[in-house]
Ligand binder design. Structure first.
Ligand code: M6R
Length: 607
């Protein structure tokens, strides 16, 4: 979604704002702009398209000044255009905004009726007018923003400048992320941590319903109602390098290769190898009270949640349902006493997941969230949080966050299974040992399959349709493989439960369709092999993903990708790797924008 950066200090701010916006590019955007205080006025520059267009304009019309705000816009109200790009100016006031003002139609009518000339189609410009009228009436900027917020319904993170108060930025937050960065004689704000990492590691996470006045030597937090708020800064230990490409062609490729490290960090301090158990003290859940688990998520996180159901049912013997958050919310779903909701979200900000979890909580469910972004909205509303430690994921296509989500879901299932007395000590110990080996095995799988996946991608790059098949735990992995290919290469792909093929999709198969079949050695192996044969008998190009040394799979597949042997529960960590690599290389050969695929955004905070 959109990105916000703000700076107040002693340095020329335009380069800092641009640099921050560049670090937020992963959020997806279609236009960008800057506003800088400059000797008694505010200069605004906006451009459609990538940041380089804005940079080009800046070279022609430099913005000089040490206080300013920047924005990357992902269109919600009004098409991508310069006039709709942020910042929006009204009189002495300039505003950037992330989120959606839900009562924009009523506000627009009201402003127009009072003679206001509105230039853009955006909801944001309305906010600028509302604040500007109050400033023009003599109210200080902070109070003008405060009063305006009481008129707004919906979600926002806003940053506001006024010509009359050149040394400060006023920011406010409700349901869209905003973080404040504390420097020495300079202060920052941004919609996400990576924008600020080169400048400061000390950050304050704003809560919903809060405002802040940002000045060079201090930030002053308060509630929208005007109550002072004291909050300690958190030290963020991500290095700027962690948020950069580290020599890889794309963030996505870097993140695929970071998976062994990401899993290692996520397992750190969790595996009780001596006791064959999982440390989970902070769950603070009354296990006896949990009667059912409802997993809520979207997209890739939903695929991890689907795998989570196999873990929870198989290892903890607890009834479990998985729901698309967008379908759960608003349908008045039944929540029973003893329901535990697990909300799975990389960003922790996905609106559908947030609202679905909130609805379930209001109906009495306890909420445990699995998230990657510290201090994001979903963890904040949860009763307990189980963070993944993947580090920042910049590529829009989720990879390392998917596998770290799997790790947390598996660890939680082992923990619960032991406490419910349904998972034997031997099985638990074997899983813990197996998990401890997973980072090394993932590294082997990455090394062993990279070139082969690139070759396969080259061979099938022109395929218009691709099928991914799997059974049991491999079914969500097949879905994930298909989603990866679709979103970054724009090739039509379907993931299917292999047993479902004969009920319809088999009609799609002909000699032009590559079919990737997941064949790990588990209880489904023989039947999945038969499904591969069925596809082959209909002339499909079949690619088996099987355990190393599996001669039977090699014999029947046109191409075989081998992964290290592991316990059946651990195979998803390994089978997903060739699917991620295959998708990556198809997209790379096609020359698509791998890290920022068209129409997609990293954090989906709209309906
Ligand atoms: O941040 P979340 O995990 O809640 O995001 C959910 C989906 O938007 C996300 O997984 C999306 O499907 C990714 N582009 C997948 O690669």
């Amino acid at each position: 979604m959109c990105g916000i950066v703000g700076y107040v200090g002693g340095q020329e701010c335009a380069p800092i704002l641009l640099d921050g916006l560049r670090r937020l590019e992963y959020r997806g955007y279609d236009s960008a702009g800057l506003a800088v205080h400059s000797r008694g006025k505010i200069d605004v520059l906006r451009a459609v398209g990538k940041l380089r267009n804005l940079e080009g304009k800046l070279r022609e019309v430099p913005l000089a000044g040490t206080v300013g705000i920047g924005h990357t816009r992902w269109a919600t109200h009004g098409r991508p255009s310069e006039v709709n790009a942020h910042p929006h100016q009204a009189g002495d006031v300039v505003v950037v905004h992330n989120g959606i003002i839900e009562n924009h139609t009523a506000l627009r009518k009201q402003l127009q009726a009072s003679g206001c000339e509105i230039k853009s189609d955006t909801d944001t410009e309305l906010v600028a007018h509302l604040v500007s009228r109050r400033v023009a009436g003599g109210l200080p900027l902070e109070e003008s923003v405060r009063a305006t917020l009481s008129e707004l319904e919906g979600a926002y993170a806003i940053a506001v400048l006024s010509v009359k108060e050149p040394n400060r930025i006023i920011v406010a937050k409700k349901a869209s992320p905003l973080v404040l960065g504390l420097g020495e004689g300079e202060m920052f704000c941004a919609s996400d941590i990576p924008a600020l990492l080169p400048y400061t590691r000390d950050m304050v996470f704003m809560e919903d319903g809060e405002m802040a006045v940002i000045e060079a030597d201090k930030v002053t937090l308060s509630t929208v109602e005007g109550q002072p708020v004291e909050r300690e800064a958190k030290r963020i230990d991500w290095s700027p390098m962690m948020a950069e490409k580290a020599g890889y062609k794309h963030f996505m490729l870097k993140e695929i290769f970071e998976q062994p490290r990401a899993i290692e960090d996520t397992l750190r301090g969790r595996l009780d190898r001596e006791g064959g158990d999982i440390y989970g003290t902070e769950f603070e859940l009354d296990v006896a009270e949990i009667k059912r688990v409802i997993l809520l998520a979207c997209g890739t996180s939903h695929h991890a949640a689907m795998a989570g159901r196999y873990y929870l049912e198989g290892l903890a013997r607890i009834p479990t349902v998985v729901e698309l958050a967008s379908e759960f919310r608003g349908r008045d779903a039944v929540v029973l006493p003893g329901d535990l909701v697990i909300a799975v979200s990389q960003s922790g900000e996905t609106l559908d997941t947030l609202i679905a979890a909130r609805e379930a909580k209001e109906k009495g469910a306890k909420v445990l969230s699995i998230a990657n972004v510290l201090g994001s909205a979903i963890p904040r509303m949860s009763d307990a949080v189980f963070y993944t430690h993947a580090g920042p994921e910049i590529g829009v296509a989720s990879t390392k966050c998917f596998t770290t989500q799997l790790a947390n879901l598996l660890m939680f299932s082992i923990w619960l299974g032991r406490r419910r007395d349904v998972l034997s000590a031997e099985k638990s110990a074997a899983l813990v040992e197996g998990l401890a080996r997973i980072p090394q095995q993932m590294a082997e799988a990455l090394k062993g399959t990279r070139q082969l996946c690139a070759n396969l991608a080259r061979r099938y790059v022109e395929a218009r349709d691709v099928l991914f098949l799997g059974r049991g735990l491999s079914f969500p992995i097949a879905l994930e493989g298909a989603l990866k290919l679709k979103e970054i290469s724009y090739v039509h792909a379907e993931g299917y439960a292999a047993g479902e093929m004969k009920h319809g999709p088999i009609a799609l198969i002909d000699s032009k369709v590559p079919v990737l079949v997941l064949l790990p050695k588990d209880e489904h192996y023989e039947r999945s092999l038969s499904n591969l044969e069925e596809a082959k008998a209909r002339d499909a190009q079949v690619i088996g993903i099987a355990t190393e040394g599996d001669e039977e799979a090699r014999e029947v597949s046109h191409n075989l990708v081998e992964i290290p042997a592991s316990l059946p529960e651990l195979t998803p960590f390994l089978t997903v790797i060739p699917l991620q690599l295959y998708s990556y290389y198809v997209a790379d050969f096609k020359g698509t924008d791998v890290d920022q695929p068209r129409n997609l955004a990293k954090t989906v905070t709209v309906e």
